[in-house]
Design a protein around this ligand. Structure first.
Ligand code: SAM
Length: 278
C-alpha cells in the first residue's frame, strides 16, 4: 500500500525494535493497550501477542480496512478515528484499568498528541512513544540544558520520562529525514504535590517560556505582572533576578507561580493597562 506522507506514514521495518517497544510496556497480560497510528500493523502484532486486547486507533481508512483483515476482532479492535478525538476516559472505564499507550507517532501532530495524553492523564498508566529524536531530547531535558523548555516542563509535570533507544531513518519505509527516539512516560501527575492549579500553571509556564532570549523577569513583565510583584516573588522563591526560565526546575516554577498568584494585581494572562513591557 503506498504511504501517505501527509499522514506521517513512515512504517517501521525493524523487527528487533518492534519487540523492544512492546517489551518496554511491561507485563500486558490481561490488559487492554491503546495503539496510536497502527499503520500496516508492524507493532500491533507484537501487542496482540502480549495483551488481552488492542485498541488500534488509525485515521487512514485504507490502512484500517487492511488491519481488520489481518487481526481477529477478539484480539484487536481497529477504530478508524483521529486519535485527537479518541476518548481515553471511556476506553479506560470499559477496560476497567488505566491504559498503557503505545505509538510510532505521526510526527506532524506530535505536540497535539502529547497534550491530548497529558489532558487524559487520569485514564493512563504509561506511554511508550516514538518521536523525532530532537523532540525526545526536548521532552526528556533537565533544567539548565540547551533542550530544556516548555515541552520538557509540560510533559514532565505529568510524570517522569526516560529515553529508551534511537533508530536511524533506514529502520523505516519510506525513510524519514530524521532519526527517531523511543521514550517511556509513566503517568504520575505532580499537580497536587506541587499545590498548583493545573490550567493556571500551564498558562504561566507558556508565559515564562514565551520569548527564549528574554530573562524570566522580562517574560513575566511582558505577561503583565507588576514589576514589584515580580521582584518580590523571585526573592521569595530564591531565584536570581537575571535568571532565565531554562534554568528553573518545575518546583521553582511552582513556587514562583504561588507567590505571584498571591501577590498579583491582575489575573494571570491579563495585561494590566499600565504594565511596562520591555
Ligand atoms: N505504527 C506503524 C509503524 O510503526 O509502522 C505506523 C506508524 S506511522 C509513523 C504513523 C501512523 O499514524 C500512520 O499509520 C498514520 O496513518 C497514522 N495517523 C496519522 N494521523 C493520525 C491521527 N490523527 N490519528 C490516528 N492515526 C493517525
Amino acid at each position: 500500500m503506498p504511504s501517505k506522507p501527509k499522514l506521517g506514514q513512515n512504517f517501521l521495518n525493524d523487527t528487533d525494535a518492534v519487540q523492544r517497544i512492546a517489551a518496554s510496556l511491561g507485563d500486558l497480560s490481561g490488559r487492554t493497550v491503546v495503539e496510536i497510528g497502527p499503520g500496516a500493523g508492524a507493532i500491533t502484532g507484537a501487542l496482540a501477542a502480549r495483551a488481552a486486547h488492542v485498541l488500534a486507533v488509525e485515521l487512514d481508512h485504507d490502512l484500517a480496512v487492511h488491519l481488520r483483515s489481518q487481526f481477529s476482532p477478539e484480539r484487536v479492535t481497529v477504530l478508524t478515528q483521529d486519535v485527537l478525538h479518541f476518548d481515553f476516559a471511556a476506553a479506560a472505564a470499559a477496560a476497567g484499568h488505566s491504559l498503557p499507550v503505545v505509538g510510532n507517532l505521526p510526527y506532524y501532530i506530535t505536540s497535539q498528541i502529547l497534550l491530548k495524553l497529558a489532558a487524559s492523564h487520569a485514564s493512563l498508566d504509561l506511554a511508550v512513544l516514538m518521536v523525532q529524536r530532537e523532540v525526545a531530547d526536548r521532552i526528556a531535558a533537565d533544567p539548565g540544558s540547551r533542550d530544556y523548555g516548555l515541552l520538557s516542563v509540560t510533559v514532565q509535570l505529568y510524570g517522569p520520562v526516560q529515553k529508551l533507544f534511537t533508530l536511524p531513518p533506514a529502520a523505516f519505509s519510506p525513510p524519514p529525514d530524521v532519526h527517531s527516539t523511543v521514550f517511556r512516560w509513566r503517568f504520575a501527575p505532580r499537580i497536587e504535590e506541587l499545590g498548583i492549579d493545573e490550567a493556571g500553571f500551564q498558562r504561566f509556564v507558556r508565559q515564562v517560556f514565551a520569548q527564549k532570549r528574554k530573562t524570566l523577569s522580562n517574560n513575566l513583565r511582558a505577561a503583565g505582572y507588576p514589576p514589584q510583584a515580580i521582584v518580590a516573588a523571585l526573592e521569595a522563591a530564591q531565584v536570581p533576578a537575571q535568571a532565565r526560565s531554562e534554568a528553573l526546575t518545575v518546583e521553582a516554577f511552582a513556587s514562583l507561580w504561588k507567590f505571584l498568584a498571591k501577590e498579583r494585581a491582575t489575573p494571570l494572562g491579563e495585561v494590566a493597562p499600565s504594565a511596562e513591557t520591555p
